[in-house]
Design a binder for this molecule. Structure first.
Ligand SMILES: [Ca+2]
Ligand SMILES: [Ca+2]
Length: 312
């Protein structure tokens, strides 16, 4: 009898243990389920925000593609609802170094000066600029610091260089000397273009490119950019000064007539390719869409023709 009671207690003890184990297992499963649904809920909230931010960015692009919309136009900043907005910046693609024009000696020396301003030594700067030019020029004779097929073939790249213009900035890293540029200017993609009209737009170029091209002092180039940016000091806003008189730019840069005539065929004050960058925002999620569009005239009207579009 006594033994029977002991068995009962033991059974009860085991049953209690089983219940505890079952409860623990269920709580673990519940916690796991909660965690996984929470993660996918957060994930779908995130992707929804991203999708909506993308739509807002597209709306901004649609507004900016109207040819009558000028940089800084009020329509380029729009808050649809609190925390939901788009903001578009229109600049000239001519503010970037046209890398397919480096076959011109002056454009090449501009590149060298620019690379030196980025911190490369003169030899490395010249190697990069000459090799970029050799990559696109039609001949197979290397410039003094350049690289043609003989060089690339010795590195087991017998098909380089193509001796044709770049069709993508992503081809540039294959060029000899670009590793040095990458080291000193990891954002070089923001400074080069293959889509502009080939001229440097002095209404859009940053101070260092103006300095590299014109030989003006750093102060003079910075002053020109400050005048251009207007009172708010920000490029691409409504108070920007857009120069239309080359003489005014020449005077601000402190250049003689002889110095100006050396660069006049390389510059413009009205680049024909617009860079339209639209940022859509939902909360702290931002999506960016970019269109490069060429301004042309059809029946007396300005028309924007998209050249390329991408996400950033
Ligand atoms: Ca070549
Ligand atoms: Ca060559």
């Amino acid at each position: 009898m006594k033994r029977r009671i002991q068995w009962d207690r033991r059974d009860r003890g085991i049953a209690l243990l089983l219940v505890l184990v079952a409860v623990l297992a269920l709580s673990l499963i519940a916690a796991g389920l909660y965690e996984s649904t929470q993660a996918s809920w957060e994930e779908s909230t995130l992707s929804r925000a991203r999708y909506q931010a993308g739509l807002l960015a597209e709306s901004g692009l649609a507004v900016a593609m109207h040819p009558q919309i000028a940089p800084g136009d009020a329509a380029l900043r729009h808050e649809l609802a609190p925390g939901r907005s788009w903001e578009v910046r229109i600049t000239s693609e001519g503010g970037r170094l046209p890398v397919n024009e480096l076959t011109s000696e002056r454009m090449r020396s501009t590149a060298v000066e620019l690379f030196v301003l980025w911190g490369l030594d003169a030899a490395a700067a010249s190697r990069a600029a000459d090799s970029l030019a050799d990559w696109i020029d039609e001949d197979s004779d290397a410039l003094s610091n350049g690289a043609e097929n003989a060089h690339y073939a010795s590195l087991d790249y017998p098909h380089f260089p193509p001796n044709a213009p770049f069709t993508s900035l992503e081809q540039l890293p294959f060029v000899t000397g670009m590793d040095e540029i990458e080291k000193f200017q990891p954002f070089w993609r923001d400074h080069f273009t293959i889509q502009s009209d080939g001229l440097i737009d002095l209404n859009a170029a940053p101070a260092e490119l103006i300095q590299a091209l014109t030989g003006a002092t750093a102060d003079a180039a910075a002053h020109l950019v400050a005048v251009r940016n207007g009172d708010d000091g920000i490029a691409g806003t409504i108070d920007d000064v857009v120069f239309s008189d080359e003489g005014e730019v020449q005077a601000l840069l402190g250049m003689s007539q002889a110095e100006w005539s050396e660069i006049t065929s390389l510059v413009t004050l009205a680049g024909t390719v617009r860079r339209i960058e639209s940022k859509g925002k939902v909360g702290d999620r931002t999506e960016t869409r970019v269109i490069l569009a060429e301004e042309t005239t059809q029946d007396g009207n300005t028309v924007l023709r998209p050249l390329v579009r991408f996400r950033e």
